[in-house]
Design a protein around this ligand. Structure first.
Ligand code: HXC
Length: 258
């Protein structure tokens, strides 16, 4: 692969992107985030890819932004370079489904990156936290926003104001993660979920993702209207024709992703 800090592999219609900076527990340095943006541009553009799995190592999904890189920065530095949104937004703007498969530490920017994905599958070893407060800052890539929407005010305040790390079990209980699996099975399970999604008709998958995301952006009435428009639009796709015909014929659908 052409990346210094990523490994990108194909598993059928799924791209698996592995953060690979073991010496720093996958701390998200500039170069790593730039590579991740580039890799996600590639997966978005490749028609043969239906879904993405983003993962790290057994010890760390990612231990946050790179503290060594951040320490010398001034307000003017971070303001002028728009640290950190420019390079970190890519996971949250993908149209194809992206699953975070988290083992070990997902801290600070690492937790925020996982929350930028569509769902989090956690190994039983996963630990989530927003420890920014302990180093004199606050979350800057969604830790006060996506976390609060995911788990509510009280748990978000608990994590953001104390820096407390929670384990996989608590993360699942509060709705931060979709499923917990054993650490040994994490990648296989996440890939299986991604492959299942990639097998469905792509237009309806993308519409479904877009519709769920709109729930975070709008009022209920507006969201219901948006959903209805996309629902109607799905009847213009080959996937609807084929999916419903296959059901009535009692056979498996063959989606052409159109
Ligand atoms: C740079 C990091 C790092 C980080 C770990 N390392 N996290 N380097 N930035 N965020 C490096 C360590 O310096 C060390 O390098 C090596 O990785 C191994 O880490 P250890 O601390 O020795 O490992 P361990 O004792 O197992 O502790 C693991 C840990 C701890 C609990 C995860 O590393 C830790 O607390 N890391 C920082 C977590 C954090 O505060 N994250 C939030 C960052 S702020 P050497 O060279 O010594 O071997 C943030 C803001 C995002 O993310 C804002 C977005 C806009």
């Amino acid at each position: 692969s052409t990346y210094n800090f990523l490994i990108v592999e194909r598993r059928g219609p799924v791209a698996v992107i592995t953060l690979n900076r073991p010496k720093a527990l996958n701390a998200l340095c500039n170069e790593l985030t730039e590579e991740l943006t580039a890799a996600l541009d590639v997966t978005e553009a490749d028609d043969s890819i239906g879904a993405v799995v983003l993962t790290g190592s057994a010890k760390a999904f990612a231990a946050g932004a790179d503290i060594k890189e951040m320490q010398p920065k001034s307000f003017t530095d971070v303001y002028l370079e728009d640290f950190i949104t420019a390079s970190w937004e890519r996971a949250s703007t993908t149209r194809k489904p992206i699953i975070a498969a988290v083992a070990g530490y997902a801290l600070g920017g690492g937790a925020e990156l996982a929350m930028s994905c569509d769902m989090i599958i956690a190994a039983d070893t996963a630990k989530f936290g927003q420890p920014e407060i302990t180093i004199g800052i606050l979350p800057g890539a969604g830790g006060t926003q996506r976390l609060t929407r995911a788990v509510g005010k009280s748990k978000a305040m608990d994590m953001v104001l104390t820096g407390r790390t929670i384990d996989a079990e608590e993360a699942e209980k509060i709705g931060l993660v979709a499923r917990i699996v054993s650490a040994d099975d994490l990648i296989e399970e996440a890939v299986a979920i991604a492959q299942k999604i990639a097998g469905f008709s792509r237009p309806s998958v993308l519409m479904a993702k877009e519709a769920v995301n709109s729930a975070f952006e709008t009022t209920l009435a507006e969201g219901m209207r948006f959903e209805r428009r996309l629902f109607h639009a799905a009847f213009a796709t080959d996937g609807q024709t084929e999916g419903m015909a296959a059901f009535l014929d009692k056979r498996k659908p063959t989606f052409n992703h159109r």
